[in-house]
Design a binder for this molecule. Structure first.
Ligand SMILES: [Zn+2]
Ligand SMILES: [Zn+2]
Length: 116
């Protein structure tokens, strides 16, 4: 399966997308859960790491409780909203943005059972 090329001509816009099916890879290591894949809007490569034990962040009760099975971590990460972090400065991107990308945000379609 080949992904479309990164659309670097896309103008930055904060666009909430529908839940995205599992086009993303989860990987778990000592730092936390990294979710990597292609942005569903600009198709650039994006990768977001959710640190384990991050306090005060919504959506990670399992991480805060110290649950660290891969399934638990993936379920917790699946509840998070992801932002495009393709690293490209799309036209119109605010200077103070936290996420260098096209502005898209999305959640996962809950492919992992028991995430609720
Ligand atoms: Zn993007
Ligand atoms: Zn991009």
């Amino acid at each position: 399966m080949t992904n479309p090329p990164h659309d670097v001509n896309l103008v930055y816009a904060q666009v909430p997308l529908e839940a995205v099916a599992d086009r993303f890879r989860f990987s778990v290591d000592d730092d936390g859960v990294t979710v990597a894949g292609a942005c569903p809007r600009c198709h650039g490569p994006t990768s977001t790491t959710f640190p384990k034990g991050l306090v005060g962040t919504k959506g990670f009760p399992r991480l805060r409780r110290g649950g660290d099975s891969t399934a638990e971590l993936e379920a917790a990460a699946s509840a998070e909203t992801l932002f495009c972090e393709c690293g490209f400065t799309h036209a119109g991107q605010p200077e103070d943005t936290l996420f260098e990308g096209c502005g898209a945000q999305w959640t996962f379609k809950s492919a992992v059972g028991g995430a609720a």
